[in-house]
Design a protein around this ligand. Structure first.
Ligand SMILES: Nc1ncnc2c1ncn2[C@@H]1O[C@H](COP(=O)(O)OP(=O)(O)OP(=O)(O)O)[C@@H](O)[C@H]1O
Ligand SMILES: [Mg+2]
Length: 287
């Protein structure tokens, strides 16, 4: 039985009894892509773990392999070597324990379906209609979309569409939420609102979140821990604890002296990683 099944049946989620035990373990993951030009190793020996309720942000230069590691964790593609374990079980493909939110909401939502039907989509055939309706209603309440149930995605702003995608992941009820640059396509104010929504969701549902972002301030504002990727092939160059606790406020948290220190540190790490990447030729091996 998966953790999501436990949720469906109303049983206690087993991992919640040991909050210190890792919920997600990425163990020695390497990933190579094979193209006509040959085989290229993008990730080498990536290891880190995520505890229940923990908010982890992954940062690193463009093209370093952030989406690649997220797709490996999601089970959308298989790592070349190493493994990903969720609640102690090795992943072998997409898992009910993982919900996903991508940057491009316009491609993840069905334009002909109402907001309600989009959110309910992954729940179809998995539970009674009553339970499905209940989950959809509470997810829409959580993301502030009550009153828009019958709208089509194209009738909503970009920020609202991304809320629909987040509601869908919430209604699915997985204990782990993966997000790849989820707020990159919206304006600054909407982005701040969605960041606060992501924090509130984690605080309310107890989900663990792994979020990829280019934005250093966003990573520090959201994360309990930041995993910095760098190099070619990429490895974890540093893991940084962010000591601000679960409750954050945009203006107050970002004005803390420690926020400034963390910003300078992460900035330097990414700059060094970028320099190392541009200084090294892509490692394409003839296959
Ligand atoms: N399906 C694929 N086949 C071959 N190469 C790929 C594939 N997907 C990604 N790559 C290559 O792997 C490297 C890492 O890509 P990835 O998308 O993981 O980086 P990223 O850190 O998410 O970048 P960005 O910050 O721009 O989103 C890039 O050089 C990319 O060209
Ligand atoms: Mg990416």
């Amino acid at each position: 039985m998966t953790i999501a099944d436990h949720r469906t049946t109303g049983e206690t989620v087993p991992v919640a009894s040991d909050p210190a035990a890792p919920l997600v373990e990425v163990r020695g993951v390497s990933h190579s892509y094979t193209t006509k030009a040959g085989s290229r190793e993008v990730l080498r020996n990536i290891s880190f773990s995520v505890k229940p309720r923990e908010f982890v942000c992954i940062v690193g230069p463009s093209g370093v392999g952030k989406t690649t590691i997220l797709r490996d964790i999601a089970g959308l593609q298989a790592a070349t070597s190493g493994e990903v374990r969720v609640a102690g079980t090795a992943l072998a493909g997409p898992s009910n324990d993982i919900g996903l939110v991508f940057q491009d909401y316009s491609r993840s939502l069905m334009p002909w379906m109402s907001v309600t039907d989009n959110v309910a989509l992954p729940l179809r055939g998995r539970m009674s209609r009553t339970e499905r309706d209940g989950r959809v209603a509470s997810a829409l309440l959580e993301v502030g979309l009550v009153g828009h149930e019958e709208s089509r995605p194209w009738q909503l702003s970009g920020g609202m569409q991304q809320r629909v995608a987040i509601a869908r992941a919430l209604a699915f009820g997985a204990p782990v939420l993966l997000m790849d640059e989820p707020f990159a396509s919206v304006d600054a104010q909407t982005r701040a609102d969605l960041e606060d929504l992501a924090l509130r969701v984690r605080n309310d549902t107890g989900q663990a979140v792994i979020l990829i972002t280019h934005d250093i301030d966003e990573a520090i504002y959201l994360a309990d821990r930041i995993v910095v990727l760098g190099g070619r092939p990429a490895s974890v160059v540093e893991e940084i604890e962010v000591p601000f606790g679960p409750e954050r406020q945009q203006l107050v948290t970002k004005a803390l002296p420690e926020f400034g220190r963390l910003r300078a540190r992460v900035h330097r790490l990414i700059e060094d990683a970028s320099r190392a990447m541009t200084g090294s030729m892509p490692a394409v091996e003839e296959s």
